[in-house]
Design a binder for this molecule. Structure first.
Ligand SMILES: Cc1cc2nc3c(=O)[nH]c(=O)nc-3n(C[C@H](O)[C@H](O)[C@H](O)COP(=O)(O)OP(=O)(O)OC[C@H]3O[C@@H](n4cnc5c(N)ncnc54)[C@H](O)[C@@H]3O)c2cc1C
Ligand code: SF4
Length: 448
């Protein structure tokens, strides 16, 4: 057993990492699906979309071959509509609410139709929005992820000049750095950021980190308002012995390497354990399998009823051949010559319900050991606690506290994962819109 790269042939990698939700084969295929839409008067799909995209309207526009209008409808509510069409867990959002489900028929493929219109708009570089006259106001945004970009686009449309300070070398946030390679490619993420910026009035200053290269006081002094969209933060540690051995990796770094270094260059174990059962854990497990690991075992300390991922995501992992062990928590990592060889896990049982109504896992004292050469940690992220406390920002365990997007500091707003603790891209896009609205109210008393 060993961790190595280049386990598969080039063709096999390409097959394993092909687009998991491929587009329509042709216009007719899109039209057939668009024409199935019942255009429900109460549009449950629209109500279940966090950005309230007018789904029946954009689908109707596809049926009349008004693709530009359809893309405009989507982007007016969600400027990352192209990315969302590839990454949204639609089974629990728009498509999960489609009335066809009640008739036990396939729901309208809303995301695929959304992709049909938005990809064409990006490919043709349709400029669907114009900026209002310049107001002379300036806003600083920290973080060029979905929340920051969405906030910037709304503000730019309203004639505000925006400067985004981003600590990485590229924009897109976790969309660029975290989401699985079979959902979005690095090139798509770059194109999406460029498309958003093409409206003008938004400048991204890369490799500029709040707390390192810039301070909040400087931003407050130089801009009319500040929007913090810094995301959740760093990978959570397991706090168990052996955690620093070779072969222990965190899921976000693992996924990042796959996306940025190429499939054949990313080392993967032969027997891999993945800790966690969220979307990140599923992405890490399925990608480890697709990189050529012979065995991938996922461990989760609760049961299937409490898992944070959706059934569709769990099915992907199971179809890829990943093994699931419920009610098991990592206890110790054992190794030889500094390299992981075994994972000791403790069996759990469910105890009392916590404040959110979820039953808490309780250790039973009984353990079991599995042979592994790699352990991927996907047990969530911890917020940038010191950054927020140093800046006197009111927070709960590092998550920023806001009231209608406003933090406890006048003129400083926040939204996205840094406030909600980590949800989906589409939630961050909506948070960015809410933030922009609050900033406009604050600066100009303008409703947008
Ligand atoms: C592994 C993984 C897989 C995921 N898969 C999906 C998926 O399939 N579908 C889905 O909808 N959602 C998915 N998500 C969740 C989704 O990516 C996030 O909810 C979304 O990106 C949050 O957007 P955001 O703008 O709030 O934060 P982020 O995307 O985290 O962006 C924050 C930005 O701020 C920058 N930043 C941070 N600190 C500073 C600082 N001090 N100074 C300057 N810049 C800073 C960061 O570099 C980053 O660019 C996934 C998340 C992870 C971790
Ligand atoms: S943004 Fe996501 S949830 Fe909203 S309609 Fe599109 S695919 Fe569905």
């Amino acid at each position: 057993m060993s961790i190595t790269n280049n386990r598969l042939s080039k063709e096999q990698y390409e097959k394993n990492f092909a687009d998991i939700h491929p587009p329509f084969e042709n216009k007719d295929a899109a039209l057939v699906e668009a024409n199935r839409c019942l255009f429900c008067y109460d549009a449950p799909c629209m109500k279940s979309c966090p950005t309230s995209i007018d789904v029946p309207k954009f689908i109707k526009q596809i049926t009349t071959e008004n693709i530009k209008g359809s893309a405009h409808t989507i982007f007016s509510s969600n400027i990352m509509g192209a990315g969302c069409s590839k990454v949204c867990p639609v089974e629990k959002l728009c498509e999960g609410a489609c009335v066809y489900n009640l008739m036990h028929e396939e729901p309208i493929p809303i995301a695929k139709l959304q992709r049909y219109s938005t990809e064409l708009a990006m490919e043709k570089k349709w400029q669907l929005f114009t900026r209002k006259q310049n107001t002379g106001k300036k806003v600083a945004i920290v973080g060029a992820g979905p929340a920051g970009l969405s906030c910037a686009h709304v503000l730019s449309r309203e004639g505000i000049d925006v400067t985004i300070y981003e600590k990485e070398k590229q924009g897109g946030g976790l969309m660029t750095y975290g989401i699985a390679a079979y959902k979005v490619t690095p090139q798509f993420c770059k194109d999406e950021v460029d498309y958003i910026l093409s409206i003008g009035g938004i400048e991204i200053k890369y490799e500029q980190e709040l707390g390192k290269n810039i301070t909040l006081e400087e931003l407050q002094k130089n801009y009319d308002a500040v929007y913090l969209a810094i995301g959740v933060g760093l990978a959570r540690q397991l706090e168990i012995s052996g955690e620093n051995m070779e072969g222990m990796v965190d899921a976000i770094s693992f996924i990042y390497d796959i996306r940025n270094n190429g499939f054949s260059k990313v080392p993967v174990g032969d027997k891999v354990a993945v800790i966690g059962m969220g979307m990140t854990a599923i992405d890490a497990a399925t990608q480890a399998k697709r990189l050529g690991a012979s065995e991938v075992t996922m461990l989760y300390r609760r049961t299937q009823d409490e898992m944070p991922c959706t059934q569709v995501e769990l099915d992907i992992a199971m179809l890829d051949g990943c093994k699931i062990i419920w009610l098991a928590a990592p206890k110790e990592v054992i190794g030889e010559n500094g390299k992981v060889t075994h994972l000791v896990a403790e069996k759990m049982k469910l105890g009392e319900s916590d404040a959110s109504g979820r039953r808490s896992p309780v250790a039973t004292g009984e353990t079991f050991t599995i042979a592994v050469d790699m352990v991927i940690k996907a047990a969530g992220q911890t917020p940038y606690q010191s950054l927020v406390t140093t800046n006197n920002l009111e927070n709960q365990n590092g998550k920023l506290k806001v009231n209608h997007s406003l933090t406890n500091i006048k003129g400083v707003f926040a939204g996205g994962d840094c406030v909600n603790g980590g949800r989906e891209v589409v939630d961050a896009v909506q948070a960015g819109k809410d933030g922009a609205k609050a900033i406009l109210d604050f600066m100009l008393n303008v409703e947008c």
